[in-house]
Design a protein around this ligand. Sequence first.
Ligand SMILES: CC/C=C\C/C=C\CCC/C=C/CC(=O)SCCNC(=O)CCNC(=O)[C@H](O)C(C)(C)COP(=O)(O)OP(=O)(O)OC[C@H]1O[C@@H](n2cnc3c(N)ncnc32)[C@H](O)[C@@H]1OP(=O)(O)O
Length: 275
Amino acid sequence: MLRRYILLNTNKFVNCRHVSQSMLQSTVDEKSGIATVTMNKPPVNSLNLEFLDEINTQLNKLQKDKIRGMILTSGLQKVFCAGLDITEFYNPNPDRLAKFWTVLQDTWLSLYMASFPTVAVINGHSPAGGCLFAMSCDYRVMVGPKYTIGLNETKLGIVAPKWFQDTMVAVIGQRKAEVSLTTGKMYTTDEALQVGLIDESLPDADSALKKGTQFLNNFQRISPWAFKMTKDISRQPTVQWLIDNKQKDLDFVLKFMQSPDVQKSLGLYLQSLKK
Ligand SMILES: CC/C=C\C/C=C\CCC/C=C/CC(=O)SCCNC(=O)CCNC(=O)[C@H](O)C(C)(C)COP(=O)(O)OP(=O)(O)OC[C@H]1O[C@@H](n2cnc3c(N)ncnc32)[C@H](O)[C@@H]1OP(=O)(O)O
């Protein structure tokens, strides 16, 4: 493994393994065994087929490398992740759409059930799929006060799939999730903290990264096996539906996304984004 000193977001030099460098930068601190995975796909870290594939491959690699924890963050100025790349849904090629959705399912399962503790350092806006990724980590630290987070699918004229919804229910509870999902609510950092969608709010990215690392350091005294078993038991009810219904979920998405009404809504939404 290539060893070198590199500059991390914390502006400190640390001895680390440099795992990869592309749309995703991943570094592992040799001493703590904590990986920092930085999404860096300008302009907004939208999740397309290739990016999701890279994220999933990296998560599986970190698992094999037996890292002790992971921070997921963004290398962009003001966006953590803009969610799924809407162009994957608009006038889709059915084969590519099927691959895209399958990789999304797999990436979510890898992240949600990661064998190591995970923290999302949300250093920018985090709508829809970005919120899903943040909610799938074990702890969320968000940089405030100016960014927003939430599952806004209804505002696009589409519907958050069951497993997106269940992930939110697991974090903020049934009632709050229902209101949040039906209204497509995007929470400010303060609102997200109040509702329990995030665990901490910090004024800048450096202190958020420190907080995330502090959380992960709690696990130095906890057996990785005990951690993983506890997490599996806790998260099993949320993941089981997708594990049992991957094909059904995919078939539904293929049909739903090719319907003229949904295509019309997506076209209008894409246009409004371009404006
Ligand atoms: C029972 C039913 C079950 C199942 C149904 C089946 C399937 C449904 C699946 C639905 C799941 C969807 C999950 C999603 O994640 S959908 C994506 C939702 N994302 C958004 O709404 C975010 C939109 N973006 C923004 O709000 C802003 O861009 C953001 C706040 C993130 C950043 O703002 P900023 O001002 O910094 O940048 P912009 O100028 O807006 O954007 C720059 C360029 O990037 C393009 N862009 C932005 N977001 C996306 C995206 N998600 N996908 C693709 N492209 C995106 C934007 O258009 C700009 O492009 P250019 O103008 O530069 O060409």
